[in-house]
Write a protein that binds this ligand. Structure first.
Ligand SMILES: *[C@@H]1O[C@H](CO)[C@@H](O)[C@H](O)[C@H]1NC(C)=O
Ligand SMILES: *[C@@H]1O[C@H](CO)[C@@H](O)[C@H](O)[C@H]1NC(C)=O
Ligand SMILES: *[C@@H]1O[C@H](CO)[C@@H](O)[C@H](O)[C@H]1NC(C)=O
Ligand SMILES: *[C@@H]1O[C@H](CO)[C@@H](O)[C@H](O)[C@H]1NC(C)=O
Ligand SMILES: *[C@@H]1O[C@H](CO)[C@@H](O)[C@H](O)[C@H]1NC(C)=O
Length: 492
């Protein structure tokens, strides 16, 4: 049986009309079961606009680089009538194109425009489906083992029947580019022991994570978001929900930036996306792989000093973001080779820094890349850092407030106020949701800077500093005590 399928694949690598398989009532079941996918054009009785549509299909096949067998069903032939009926092919229509997937009970029917490119894209998209059907606990466990060993999370949907809105949502989610790092399985009418094994009821979803933990979900509407948060995988999206993983990662983070709304439509982007995704498992524990919508993270490009075009772009953040490496996606080097060079310490980081100012007194010191470590991280003071970008109305409006605050606290010896332009300097990877953004790096806890949130009034910031700058506060208290003692002595 298998050799038969193999033969078909061989014959069909050259797409000429003669190489279509004639699907008839004798081979229909076998061909649709033995091949994972089969692409079929039905030729209805009294076929409309037949030759043109056959040609469009042929042109689609010419540009479709796939090994999927292609067949044709002649509905005018009496013996094939039932195949056409079964697949809802009426007389007098244009020849429909369908894609059979051997795990599905019905084929997908092409509903798009009469264009070879659109047909090709549709087939490409559909055959990338990462959704399979399972029917027993045994099958679920086998699949789990298989995917978990590739560091991939398996997401299983348990359903009563196919014809439900939740089932449709689930299958739709499995196509989402942002969930392509997960493997999906559906278990319709799943046996009781499978439900019990995951303590789950019908119309629920379990994500079986590669670290052997699992999570259950009943909230279908928010499922994509929940999955992208909890079922984290070797290659996950950088977004608001996952930004903490980007910022707190102890290992280097590599980000693949692209236009996510378009990634499915653009073949080059999709190929690049998939090849990075395939590479990710091998780097688990050494480099965190993420991908991001490029338009949300324009600042990353500015910081790395690279233009966000052409897409995709790949940037590697190491040493807590202090070191930035940019991969030349249009060059000849393979990403894997580049990453291995990085692991061996053979890459030179891109460092961007303004000149350190000669005179840096004043209540607010100017920080640059080359002084960040010595001033902020290694100094023994509590350091307030104002992160700004040029030409920002908010930053310009806030600076006088900040300068005034710094001047009013200039007598606090163990506290210093600084400012850095993040577009001109590489800075440690730190969460900067808005500009201006204020952090204090407490003297007793430099690796855990605290971000100021809320209304940026002088009094609010003072309160914030008072509760986060223990070292300068106790130093001040000591100083005052000593002063009072001296005063007392003087009085005596
Ligand atoms: C389809 O079947 C009919 C009836 O058997 C036959 O006359 C016709 O030539 C067939 N068409 C093709 C393209 O094989
Ligand atoms: C099964 O799930 C229910 C809630 O859905 C929970 O109350 C119960 O403790 C769970 N049982 C086990 C064994 O985890
Ligand atoms: C999965 O991740 C581990 C580290 O957690 C790694 O050692 C292993 O090589 C990865 N497996 C695959 C198939 O990439
Ligand atoms: C990337 O590689 C291409 C082709 O080798 C080259 O033309 C281009 O200058 C490179 N870009 C950078 C930023 O090095
Ligand atoms: C440093 O900050 C972290 C995170 O806020 C906290 O858990 C830890 O206790 C702090 N350490 C000291 C010495 O205050």
């Amino acid at each position: 049986m298998r050799t038969f399928g193999g033969l078909i694949i061989l014959c069909l690598t050259i797409y000429s009309y003669a190489q279509y398989i004639n699907i008839d009532y004798k081979n229909y079941d076998q061909i649709t079961n033995d091949n994972e996918y089969v692409l079929v054009q039905f030729v209805p009785k009294r076929c409309q606009d037949c030759e043109r549509h056959k040609n469009i299909f042929k042109m689609a096949l010419d540009i479709l680089d796939t090994k999927i067998p292609v067949g044709v069903v002649n509905c005018s032939s009496r013996t094939e009538e039932y195949i056409c009926l079964k697949n809802k092919v009426a007389d007098n229509q244009i020849p429909p194109i369908m894609l059979f997937h051997n795990i599905n009970h019905a084929p997908y029917r092409y509903e798009g425009e009469d264009s070879p490119k659109q047909i090709k894209d549709w087939v490409t998209r559909k055959t990338k489906i990462n959704l399979v059907a399972v029917h027993s606990l045994d099958e679920i466990q086998k699949l789990r083992q298989e995917y978990n060993s590739k560091n991939t999370t398996l997401v299983v949907g348990f359903f009563e029947k196919y014809d439900t809105i939740r089932y449709r949502w689930f299958t739709e989610y499995s196509h989402r580019p942002e969930l392509q790092h997960l493997m999906f399985a559906e278990c319709v009418k799943c046996p009781k022991n499978a439900l019990e094994a995951f303590n789950i009821t019908l119309d629920m979803v379990a994500s079986l994570k590669y670290d052997n933990t699992f999570q259950r979900y009943a909230d279908f509407q928010n499922l994509p978001q929940l999955l992208s948060i909890y079922a984290s995988a070797p290659f996950e999206e950088l977004n608001d929900a996952t930004s903490s993983r980007f910022h707190s990662s102890q290992i280097p983070v590599m980000v693949f930036y692209t236009d996510l709304s378009d990634v499915w439509e653009d073949e080059d982007q999709l190929n690049a996306f998939n090849s990075v995704k395939d590479m990710a498992p091998a780097f688990v524990g050494r480099i965190t792989f993420m991908y991001a919508e490029f338009s949300k993270y324009r600042l990353h490009f500015e910081r790395a000093g690279i233009a966000p075009i052409p897409l995709p772009k790949i940037i590697l953040f190491a040493e807590n973001g202090g070191h930035i490496y940019s991969f030349n996606t249009t060059g000849k080097e393979m990403l894997g080779d580049w990453l291995n060079k990085f692991m061996r310490g053979q890459l030179v980081p891109y460092l961007k820094s303004e000149e350190a100012p000669l005179d840096n007194s004043g209540p607010v010191q100017k920080l640059v890349t080359s002084t960040f470590k010595s001033t902020v991280m290694e100094g023994d003071k509590d350091v307030v850092v104002l992160f700004v970008i040029p030409n920002s109305v908010d930053c310009e409006a806030f600076e006088p407030v900040y300068n005034k605050l710094a001047a009013s606290l200039s007598s606090v010896e163990m506290l210093s106020f600084t400012k850095i332009d993040v577009t001109k300097n590489n800075i440690p990877k730190i969460y900067l949701p808005v500009y201006p953004c204020i952090y204090v790096f407490p003297a007793d806890n430099k690796s855990n800077p605290v971000r100021f949130e809320g209304d940026k009034s002088e009094s609010n910031i003072k309160k914030f500093l008072n509760s986060n700058c223990k070292v300068s506060r106790s130093h001040q208290t000591e100083k005052r005590k000593r002063q009072r003692e001296t005063e007392k002595k003087d009085e005596l």
